[in-house]
Ligand binder design. Sequence first.
Ligand SMILES: Cc1cc2nc3c(=O)[nH]c(=O)nc-3n(C[C@H](O)[C@H](O)[C@H](O)COP(=O)(O)OP(=O)(O)OC[C@H]3O[C@@H](n4cnc5c(N)ncnc54)[C@H](O)[C@@H]3O)c2cc1C
Length: 379
Amino acid sequence: MSQGIEVLRRSVREFAETEVKPLAKIIDEENIIPEDLLKRAGGMGFFALRVPEEYGGPGLSLTESVVVVEELSRASSALGVISAVSGSTAVYPILTYGSGELKEKYLGILARGGVAAFALTEPCCGTDAAAITTRAVKDGDEYVVTGEKIFITGASYADFFLTAVRTGRPEDRHRGISLLIIDKGPCVEVSKLEMMGYRGSGTSAVRFDECRVPAENLVGEENRGFKYLMMALNEGRIVASATGLGIMEAAFEEALRYSQERTSMGKPIIEHQMVQYMIAEMAMLLEATRLLIYEAARRFEEKDPEVPRYSSMAKLHTAKAGVELVRMAMQILGGIGYSKDSVVERLYRDAKMLEIGDGTNEAQRIVIVKSLLGRVRAA
Ligand SMILES: Cc1cc2nc3c(=O)[nH]c(=O)nc-3n(C[C@H](O)[C@H](O)[C@H](O)COP(=O)(O)OP(=O)(O)OC[C@H]3O[C@@H](n4cnc5c(N)ncnc54)[C@H](O)[C@@H]3O)c2cc1C
């Protein structure tokens, strides 16, 4: 890693250690990030990672964004995942396909500390995203939007929703989907959900009730939104994987510390070969995950057409390795690891989300195989 990146890592780690970590337990318990912390994180540009400097953002590279999300998630995956979605996944389509006015307005909101949500999944369909039913009907120079989204990260904090809507016929599947930016307002009902992990990330159901949205809030062209979403997920999955990397680091550090302090049969448990086996496995899983995520980010920056495969491989590997590593961390901590007094109990719940959010493990395997068969490439 370059010196600049290590300086960035140190400064985010210092913020995360002093400002975020002490609040992580309460964020999890109360399922909310305190307003003051949210404001400070927004002020530091964490919800605008990829917004270029010309729009007032920090203009971070993908690798730098991975570093920020990894360090935030090491303290609190809730804050880390909001940074990943708002600062990266939601920025990509606006920046790449949005009009000048949309970029000025909405990237500006993020640069000033606002939060964006990425609203694709619906109660009917997650993996089958081409089947979404939220309707946007053109009425003069507005769209009227009605429908329901679910499991939307950061929605309870969001200033606007980058929303996948159906503008074509249902049978047109992915060819009838567009992307609209919908401001929060009276027609948008956000109901926070009680999830198992990533608690505090504001994951919510979002209902749009005849929202009148200016036609100029259309991102790119009508009925081309599905392609924009898939391109955004190429980037988003790499940054989302960084939340898993942060979770894994936190669990590993805790297990390594505990294994040297806890004694059994007259010696620290790290002296027992079976505990050493787990620590060695965890170190390997962590390093392999880190290498694959950073390699995917490097390929993204070099515009490698194989990015969809690397992005999905990074996400799939992080999910599998994350769940396994945190399971071993809990094993090393024994009973205390299974109790609410241990950070590992939260990390265990958080890690499971990696196998579901941003596309399930099965969905990643579909992308990997399609890519191997030459059926999916980054444009
Ligand atoms: C904490 C959290 C945060 C989230 N944040 C967001 C967000 O910000 N924005 C957003 O839009 N969504 C978000 N999601 C939604 C997430 O992306 C979906 O939950 C995920 O894509 C799976 O969709 P589903 O829940 O509808 O499951 P389903 O698609 O119904 O899948 C159920 C099971 O069937 C399998 N399956 C389905 N289709 C196939 C197939 N073709 N081949 C093989 N197996 C298949 C799946 O892998 C899974 O095991 C979030 C989810 C969670 C849990």
